[in-house]
Write a protein of this length. Structure first.
Length: 234
């Protein structure tokens, strides 16, 4: 740094190396430190910190009412999968049929090692999902704008305020309440477990059945998926 000469001209260049994307406060703090180092006056504004709310997952009743208010069968299947798996919403929206195998959605963790994190599919949803198997993406028809509109309408009709992320929160909380092994729940959610992850796969089906029993006990998917079933011939 001996040859470095602070100036207004190279200020922005050096600030950019400190910036962290998608974090305005980090950017402002970096600019303040660098401005002080360069001896250049700078008045930024930090976003007022807000206390983080506790994560409170939706209730069984809220999720049942919300899913039942979804009229579009493809969107209803997608949202029901969110409420019964621990796959992140964006990743689930983009899954392809080749990732659906033997009752699991195989989320690839590492391209080099070809390791997969098998998220079980609820039997009631698997029955529906297998009926529409084809090539390409599982959910190709609905765009994000339509998806947001459908979710907003369902919330209004069901008197709820759910989002895709909250449905995943529900799945995590419900699995824990159902007694599913905590390591398996965290692993299916994509949390880092280290060496423990090598010893979980054999127990996934058995542990997930605890959640299936819980969801059937509260009739989580009954009213939501019945309209997707084919009607009986008259």
């Amino acid at each position: 740094m001996a040859s470095y000469k602070p100036s207004a001209e190279n200020f922005a260049k050096h600030v950019s190396s400190y910036m962290k994307p998608k974090s305005r406060d980090n950017e402002e703090i970096a600019m303040r430190h660098l401005a002080r180092f360069l001896g250049i006056p700078y008045k930024g504004r930090l976003i007022n910190p807000k206390p983080k709310e506790l994560l409170i997952a939706p209730t069984d009743t809220e999720v049942k009412a919300f899913l039942s208010a979804i009229k579009d069968s493809e969107v209803r299947l997608y949202l029901a999968l969110l409420a019964t798996t621990l796959i992140r919403p964006e990743r689930l929206w983009l899954i392809r049929w080749e990732e659906v195998s033997n009752g699991f959605i195989l989320i690839q963790e590492n391209v080099r090692t070809k390791n997969y994190r098998p998220n079980p599919i609820h039997p009631q949803l698997l029955h529906v999902l297998e009926k529409c198997r084809e090539e390409g993406r599982v959910f190709p028809e609905i765009g994000y704008t339509s998806l947001r509109r459908i979710i907003k309408s369902a919330n209004r009709n069901a008197s709820t305020s759910l989002t895709r992320a909250k449905l995943r929160d529900y799945a995590y909380n419900a699995m824990r309440k159902a007694g599913v092994d905590r390591d398996i729940v965290d692993w299916l959610a994509g949390h880092t477990l280290g060496i423990r992850a090598h010893y979980l796969a054999d127990n996934i089906k058995e542990e997930y059945l605890k959640f299936v029993a819980y969801s059937e006990r509260v009739n989580l998917l009954g009213s939501a998926m019945e309209r997707t079933e084919p009607s009986e011939p008259s």
